[in-house]
Ligand binder design. Structure first.
Ligand SMILES: [Cu+2]
Length: 322
């Protein structure tokens, strides 16, 4: 029993630290939410202690005192609870209002949720500067970013616990949320609305970096895909750009111009495969290409039936897309 208490405490604190943590405070809104959570925790702990003290007092003194004492205590207690609840409601409302008044400086990202991946567009007044990527988000530290949220199929929910609260992505409707990341780091976003079989594998990586690094990342992202060099890469390029892959996936600078699946132009520069499902490495890439339905059952990528030589070539080409 003694060993269980620290374990339970650790379990309760598991969501407080790390790259997917509600109390991480890595963003303006996340810090506001964490502050509100701490206020609620302290107040409810105080009331819990008062209830226990009152209970002990009642048990010990149950034969003393009259009905008048009980009645007075009851009204005082109801009054204290009412005032506290109103106070907590006001605190919650103030935090909500502050979050909705987030400053916004002009950087806009459009995110469309799909079962089960994220299509990401960094928009610009100059269309040639609009950057499309998938299943990743880069954000400049200290800069408020407006994220426009859409859904292509069912209701999803956008949530980067370390940076902000949640916002739904609803078919036929446009929502938005302003995020102001404060701490440079790598974070993880997770869809927060059950959206089907692979809801738990609908995540993406978030890189918060200094503004200059972010601008460099954006500029690099606009470059066309790297040309194949080795024989395997060349064979993979030919396969990917002339066969099934090209009808769904886009690789800028090549004949592959599909729009209905994740953009692969700089695929290998991402940190994960399958919308945050697997870390980006050769083993997981081979497994994914060999049988995507085994890797992530129900996703829209069919098993193509690559021969071993084709598998090696396609993997080599995709790995070269930095
Ligand atoms: Cu979802």
């Amino acid at each position: 029993m003694r060993k269980r208490a620290p374990c339970l405490a650790l379990l309760a604190l598991a969501g407080c630290h790390g790259n997917q943590a509600v109390l991480g405070g890595g963003g303006r809104d996340a810090a506001l939410i964490a502050g509100l959570w701490q206020l609620f925790l302290i107040v409810t702990l105080v009331f819990y202690a008062l209830v226990l003290i009152g209970l002990a007092w009642a048990v010990m003194r149950r034969r003393e005192g009259g009905e008048a004492v009980v009645t007075t205590s009851f009204y005082v207690w109801v009054g204290v609870i009412s005032v506290t609840l109103v106070g907590l409601s006001i605190a919650s409302w103030l935090v909500d209002r502050t979050m909705n008044r987030a400053p916004y400086t002009g950087l806009t990202v459009e995110i469309t949720a799909h079962q089960w991946w994220w299509d990401v567009r960094y928009t610009s007044a100059d269309p040639s500067q609009t950057l499309r990527t998938s299943n990743e988000l880069h954000l400049p530290a200290g800069v408020p970013v407006r994220v426009i949220l859409k859904s292509a199929d069912v209701i999803h929910s956008f949530w980067i616990p370390n940076l902000s609260g949640k916002q739904d992505l609803i078919p036929g409707r446009i929502n938005d949320i302003v995020i102001t990341p404060r701490q440079v780091g790598l974070y993880r976003s997770q869809c927060a609305e059950y959206c089907g079989l692979q809801h738990a594998h609908m995540a993406f990586d978030v890189t918060v970096e200094p503004l200059s690094s972010f601008e460099q990342w954006w500029a690099d992202g606009l470059l066309p895909a790297r040309a194949p060099v080795t024989p395997d890469e060349k064979a993979g390029y030919t396969y990917v750009t002339t066969r099934e892959c090209a009808s769904c996936h886009n690789i800028t600078g090549t004949p592959a111009g599909g729009e209905v699946a994740p953009d692969l132009t700089h695929f290998a520069s991402r940190l994960s495969i399958g919308a945050g499902t697997f870390p980006m490495n050769r083993g997981h890439l081979y497994a994914w290409l060999a049988d995507p339905q085994q890797a992530k059952p129900g996703n829209k990528m069919p098993e193509i039936g690559l021969e071993p030589g084709q598998l090696r070539a396609v993997a080599a080409y995709l790995e070269s897309l930095k």
